[in-house]
Design a protein around this ligand. Structure first.
Ligand code: FE2
Length: 419
């Protein structure tokens, strides 16, 4: 690959045997195919750290979510669940994975609802994970949507999902019937994780209720077990509603725990704040402060066209773009940080090995129609090339605009990319 922009420099990238053999300002011609990057941004692939492939692409079935709340979404899903079949899940999940891969996402962590006596969604996604293995990595979280302890046999079903091959233990303490059951559910998640040697990713405090304080339980268990970086707290939207005295105490404690955070800005900004009049809360966790405190924060899309969110194409720049706004991350450095939250940081959450662009790593990367991450965010740039293990798996043409026959390129004069 000739003339790609990496960390502000134009480089050539040599690929052999599916791996990056060399990165240098100029590599002599050695035969094989050459791609002209034309100064585009070379980035490691996007990583989707939180999505629901079992519920995706069902928006409007059997009805649309009129209140826009999390709880109406859960109700609609429990109705739609009755008509879920193996083929239905495979078809929808594979469609979204294709949308994602076409836009440069090569790693996906999906939660799958295991509060279903037949584990239909789980069995389907285990099959999907194998079918797509040549072009996409999928991690499956056994997620007890209707409660690990509150749903009949929820604990047994979650453990059965792990035995069948789920990669990660999930939970939903704020949805358990009582606070005590919520605390106990977190402890049971850790027990399962230790028993089956799996990481943990818990839907934690996804509510505006400032009394929802299961994050401290997750952090305490992470410290007690030493699981630290193998633990992820997803959503933690109540953290946006805690008073500052408690939030300050908690932050120190979180630093000690070393757990990962996943915020889902598109879904949090739309699902939360629904019971407020004005002022309306943003309903999103303290992304900026977690990031400033050195904790690993990634961003997920969460839902794509399902009972909780009617829009989306799986493009990871959309949640990153929303984070810039909803989390007040508009400085030069902060905008770039939001880009990293759907790439490097998300790779860290998923504990991916050999991620990133360096010699000897797998040749898995994307080109974006922008000179740098900041411009990619501003222009919601098109991913024009997706390479996985040295093979081109997707290509796209960036849109071109013409006004009265003259090309308009959406750059200021001083920011025009060279080459
Ligand atoms: Fe979720």
């Amino acid at each position: 690959m000739r003339g790609a922009r990496l960390d502000g420099n134009l480089v050539d990238v040599g690929v052999a045997g599916g791996r990056i053999s060399r990165i240098a300002p100029e590599i002599e011609k050695q035969g094989g195919r050459e791609i002209e990057a034309e100064g585009r941004l070379l980035s490691p692939p996007f990583v989707e750290s939180h999505v629901h492939l079992d519920t995706t692409l069902t928006a409007g079935e059997p009805r649309w979510n009129e209140s826009g709340t999390l709880f109406e979404g859960i109700q609609i899903w429990s109705e739609r669940k009755k008509s879920v079949t193996h083929e239905d899940v495979i078809e929808r999940a594979t469609t979204l994975l294709k949308w994602q891969a076409a836009q440069g996402v090569l790693h996906v962590r999906t939660h799958v609802d295991v509060t279903d006596p037949d584990l239909t969604g789980l069995r389907a996604l285990l099959e999907v994970r194998e079918r797509v293995r040549t072009w996409m990595d999928v991690q499956i979280v056994a997620f007890p949507q209707e409660g690990l302890l509150s749903y009949p046999r929820g604990l047994e079903l979650t453990e059965e999902a792990l035995r069948l091959g789920a990669d990660v233990v999930g939970g939903i303490p704020h949805y358990e019937h009582t606070r005590e059951m919520g605390v106990e559910s977190v402890k049971q998640c850790f027990r399962l994780a230790e028993k089956h040697d799996k990481p943990i990713d818990i839907h934690c405090d996804e509510t505006d209720d400032p009394q929802s304080r299961f994050l401290e339980v997750v952090a305490a268990e992470a410290i007690r077990t030493g699981m630290g970086g193998r633990v992820t707290a997803s959503h933690t939207t109540a953290f946006g509603s805690y008073d500052n005295a408690y939030a300050f105490k908690l932050m120190g404690f979180l630093r000690k725990s070393g757990i990962n955070f996943v915020a889902n800005p598109l879904i949090n900004i739309t699902l939360q704040g629904r019971y407020d009049t004005y002022p309306k809360r943003r309903g999103i966790t303290r992304v900026k402060e977690l990031w400033q405190n050195g904790l690993n924060v990634s961003l997920g899309h969460d839902d794509v066209m399902d009972p909780w969110y009617p829009l989306g194409t799986g493009n990871m720049l959309q949640p990153a773009h929303m984070a810039v706004h909803a989390c007040h991350m508009t400085s030069r450095e902060e905008v770039t940080a939001c880009f990293d939250m759907v790439a490097e940081n998300a790779a860290h959450t998923l504990r991916l090995k050999e991620y990133g662009i360096s010699e000897d790593h797998p040749a898995s990367f994307v080109l974006l129609d922008a000179p740098d991450k900041w411009e990619a965010m501003r222009r919601l740039a098109t991913t024009t090339l997706v390479v996985r293990n040295g093979k081109i798996i997707a290509e796209a043409t960036a849109p071109e605009y013409y006004l009265m026959g003259e090309r308009v390129n959406l750059y200021r004069k001083r920011d025009q990319p060279s080459r």
